[in-house]
Ligand binder design. Sequence first.
Ligand code: DX5
Ligand code: ZN
Length: 219
Amino acid sequence: PSSPIIAPSILAADFARLGEEARAVEAAGADWLHVDVMDGHFVPNITLGPDIVKALRPHVKIPFDVHLMIAPADPYLEAFRAAGADLISVHPEAGPHLNRTLKRIRELGAKAGVVFNPSTDPSVIEWMMDDVDLILVMSINPGFGGQSFMRSQLAKIERLRKMIDATGRDIPLEVDGGVTPETAPLCISAGATALVAGTAVFRGGPDRYADNIRALRGG
Ligand code: DX5
Ligand code: ZN
């Protein structure tokens, strides 16, 4: 298989120097920039909103992969799109109407993603595969970086791989949480095509980013 899409999570960057950090990971070979949006309600942590996404946008050319951990998400879709989000992913639990939310994201001109919590069953998208452009499997409980990879999610990645293959469409299958050079190959073997990594990209500082990204691709 070809090299996975690598999406560094800016959650692990130096928040006082976000523009520089985004430029550094782009220069180091990142494919997408993963932006974790948390509201202190859907998940027990607060991060950033559309204004910061907008401020970051001019710093890099790579697509912004915006992971919304907010409920409700619908009232903010337009603001994140206007701020420059290229892919917008929502959790079904942020509800109430996942299909309506996905259609709205596409209407705004972005790619529509669905995120699976560790306990979320693949069947939530069984009847709406045509409306999905990205599938994101959490291999941790969302809210914080630096947690350990949950191997229980590998079987779910395999199941979602089969569901994607059945569509005949090239829908990226992304994994988020505890992705390291050790766990990345497990994700790829299970059928993942995109990897989010915070700690594993940003550790060691800017001089390490290119090597860290290379290690995630398999060296
Ligand atoms: C957590 C976020 C992740 C997080 C991953 O809720 O969705 O994107 O930044 O961090 P690491 O790679 O350190 O597990
Ligand atoms: Zn994320």
